[in-house]
Design a protein around this ligand. Structure first.
Ligand code: ITT
Length: 193
């Protein structure tokens, strides 16, 4: 089964490829069009993943899966949340994580979670399926590790004492927001396709 991932983020494609069952062949939408540039005007991860899936599937006229995800920090009212990518646009992740660490030093509560919404859209059948996954944890007091991407180097998942930057990609893929969303989606698609 051929699955096209509608994202411009290659890290997502890598993680999703490792989550897919063996009979799924994952490719990036970059093989079908230039950089994905779809305005994410939704108010939730699910809404934005649906917008990305429907709009990009209509452009290439093939079924696609889109991933919308981000980090939500409790004492910052869920920030950066759905703005996780846009918040970073003008700075490096390291600068932004240091900024967040500075703000959090004034707060006792460091609870946070990653969320991921995965949406499949098939334009020929007008079929839309969405799944969401979360991983709870907290923000470390320092940045560490080189694995993963984005905010991984300062997020410590519940039950562990190291960040996703230090933990192996295998462990991240076992417990992550993305694995929960995509395992659900791939299970259902295996039955449907
Ligand atoms: P596309 O929209 O093209 O898929 P994007 O990176 O802009 O790529 P999002 O709008 O979904 O994707 O923003 C997700 C951001 O949230 C991502 O760029 C990271 O900053 C952060 N993020 C999401 N999942 C993450 C993960 O597993 N580890 C670390 N950071 C993550």
């Amino acid at each position: 089964i051929d699955i096209i991932i509608a994202t411009s983020n290659d890290h997502k494609v890598d993680e999703i490829s490792n989550l897919a069952p063996e009979n799924f062949k994952i490719t990036s939408i970059k093989n079908f069009m230039g950089n994905l540039n779809i305005e994410e005007y939704g108010k939730s991860f699910i809404e934005n993943s649906v917008i990305k899936a429907i709009n990009s599937a209509k452009i290439i006229n093939k079924p696609v899966i889109a991933d919308d995800s981000g980090l939500c920090i409790k004492s910052l009212d869920g920030f950066p949340g759905i703005f996780s990518a846009r918040y970073m646009e003008t700075y490096s992740y390291e600068e932004k994580m240091l900024e967040i660490l500075k703000i959090l030093s004034k707060h006792d509560n460091r609870d946070a979670y990653f969320a991921c919404a995965a949406s499949y859209f098939d334009p020929s059948k007008d079929l839309l399926i969405s799944f969401e996954g979360k991983v709870e944890g907290h923000i470390s007091d320092k940045i560490s590790g080189l694995h993963g991407f984005g905010y991984d180097p300062f997020f410590i998942p519940k039950g562990y004492s190291e960040t996703f930057g230090v933990l192996s990609p295998k462990i991240k893929n076992k417990i992550s927001h993305r694995s929960k969303a995509f395992n659900g989606l791939f299970d259902l698609l295996s039955k449907l396709l």
